[in-house]
Design a protein around this ligand. Sequence first.
Ligand code: 5GP
Length: 191
Amino acid sequence: MEALKRRIEKDGITIGDSVVKVDSFLNHQMDIALLKDIAQEFARIFSDVKVDKILTIEASGIGIAAITAIYFNDVPVVFAKKHQASNLSGDVYETKVYSFTKQKENIIRVDKRYISPGENVLIIDDFLACGSAAAGLAEIIEMAGAKVVGIGAVIEKGFQGGHAKLTEKGYRVESLAIIEKIVDGKLIFAE
Ligand code: 5GP
């Protein structure tokens, strides 16, 4: 998605050679016009699959998934929680996810009421790096007896191996902008 790549180039801030901050338009302040374009692109790419529900992870995935759902006929969005919240019923699917940016392991959870056997679930997230978050979400979907119909990432860091790890497990992975590498603070995109 060219407009997205240009926006990351213009407003993304690199930290070292592996982290990209996109707070000014994606995961702190959100550019809604861009998010609508991103959502429509996901809808176009996954137009061949039946999607009953979108699953993401708090916090940055929520806004993206919510706008994306509008273009999938207003399907419900569920987000995995990183904290033991009082509004969870206690009957949850949970798994461990290693956070690359925070360098620690989190337990993520989804209330069992919100994913049902047989549902077709699309995973949406802001970044795909090592693939740990997406793999954890996929595991939860499968624990529920539902099906992972695809994984959509807005930005993939192609040099961190997540894409290969997920496709090896048999998942379809689609990213809207793939950063091949970061050299001296400059982003190099895959074609
Ligand atoms: P993974 O689990 O694929 O290693 O990392 C994906 C998760 O970590 C995403 O949910 C995202 O929030 C966060 N993440 C990974 N790399 C970056 C990055 O370079 N920038 C930002 N802002 N978040 C990242």
